[in-house]
Write a protein that binds this ligand. Structure first.
Ligand code: NAG
Ligand code: NAG
Length: 389
């Protein structure tokens, strides 16, 4: 058995009792109630799992389904204990499922060492961008969205990132909602569904796209002095007008509709500058483009000094890309750990041996007399008082 097979076995042993028809996730920790700062996973859902299916899909479902945040919940408490409340009635009350496409777009083969399309991917040698795309894929599996990696053809005369514009346009022909993320962008809470975010950000029927504002830095301003919208994270809603907007955006550098756009073919910030300098001023009905706050949908804590963008819901690791792998690990471990811990305590009668009723003498364990036991108990009671419990 290779290391992966072994890992799977270990995982299944650890999941033990979970693989029955119903699991009840009751992560009841009294500290959660004492300290609201830790109250991050308040939901316990009963989930039905197929009994004879040990596929990786089932593993993902077993881990996340019991704690998925309801799509129409009136609030969400983040890991810092901050509460985010829906501003109004939720538009999305049902899961959108395969109407949503999570899409990665890249023109490169990505078959090199540590890259996603290589047959082997080792945790220690994974390139950051592989972690990003695997996180997107996992997010889609957790919530039942569609996922595609689109290998795009290159433009002959444009900077590589331009390809995402026509490719998103194509994706919007087959799905009602698409979420495009650069490979250094991740949703911070895998158990928080997109529908909840759409409710929170108030996506209306007339929105074409949602994008985050860029950090407040000099290079992020357009020719009119307004800050760019970041094209590394885009939620788009399909409509004839969305198709038009994407067509105009992709054709911007032809200079036909938008004079002066051609130099953004190769000049930084490429398609982002074309959108920022032209398209957004053309598609300017109030609902056309929804601008998301940088603090919520862009940036990462290590970049917080740069424009106050912490990335509460969506993180963009443009400063320290090594954080991508670590974050993918966190996205699993922060959910796996409470479950493992719960199992540890639940099964404790099978593996915790209490030898406190004995004393050590040389190589031997000698049972304490009743008198000694009482003394020990009193001493422990006193110690506990000292620690302030
Ligand atoms: C989940 O199922 C268990 C066992 O059937 C039941 O006792 C419990 O009340 C259920 N919990 C919820 C939240 O529905
Ligand atoms: C958040 O929503 C839950 C469930 O609807 C509710 O019980 C709770 O009071 C809400 N909390 C806040 C701070 O609004």
């Amino acid at each position: 058995m290779g290391p992966q097979g072994r890992w799977r076995r270990i995982l299944f042993v650890a999941m033990g009792g979970m693989l029955c028809a119903f699991i009840y996730y009751a992560y009841e920790s009294s500290t959660m109630h004492r300290n609201p700062k830790q109250a991050q996973f308040p939901h316990h859902n009963n989930v039905s799992l197929p009994e004879n299916d040990l596929s990786m899909m089932t593993v993902i479902k077993a881990l996340y389904a019991p704690i998925l945040h309801p799509v129409d919940a009136s609030n969400f408490t983040d890991e810092d204990g901050d509460v985010y409340k829906l501003p109004g009635e939720p538009r999305f009350r049902e899961k959108l499922g395969k109407k949503v496409l999570i899409v990665d777009i890249d023109s490169r083969a990505l078959t090199g060492d540590g890259q996603l399309m290589n047959d082997e991917l080792k945790w220690n040698h994974m390139r950051p961008l592989s972690a990003g795309m695997l996180s997107h894929y996992m997010f889609a599996q957790i919530h039942g969205y569609d996922y595609k990696f689109i290998r795009a053809p290159d433009y002959e005369d444009r900077w590589g990132t331009w390809v995402k514009v026509p490719m998103m346009r194509e994706a919007l022909k087959t799905h009602d909602y698409i979420v495009f993320m650069d490979s250094d962008v991740m949703f911070h809470y895998p158990h928080l569904p997109l529908e909840w975010l759409l409710n929170y950000w108030e996506m209306s029927k007339d929105n074409l796209v949602m994008m985050s504002i860029d950090p407040d830095e000099p290079q992020n301003y357009d020719e009119k002095g307004n800050r760019y919208l970041n094209t590394g994270f885009v939620i788009a809603q399909a409509s004839p007008r969305t198709q038009e907007m994407y067509r105009d955006w992709a054709e911007c550098p032809t200079d036909k509709k938008y004079k002066g756009c051609a130099h953004w073919k190769t000049d930084w910030a490429h398609e982002q500058a074309a959108f920022g300098n032209y398209v957004r001023y053309d598609y300017n009905r109030p609902d056309d483009i929804k601008v998301l706050p940088c603090v919520q949908a862009n940036g990462a804590p290590e970049a917080e000094g740069r424009g106050g963008c912490k990335g509460i819901f969506v993180r963009h690791y443009w400063v320290d890309k090594s954080l991508l792998s670590r974050t993918l690990g966190d996205q699993v471990m922060q959910y796996f750990l409470p479950r493992l811990h719960q199992l540890y305590l639940q099964e404790s009668k099978n593996h915790i041996i209490d030898a406190k009723g004995f004393k050590l003498s040389g190589a031997d364990l000698i049972e304490l007399t009743e008198d000694e036991k009482k003394k020990l108990k009193d001493k422990e009671g006193a110690n506990q008082k000292d620690e302030g419990f």
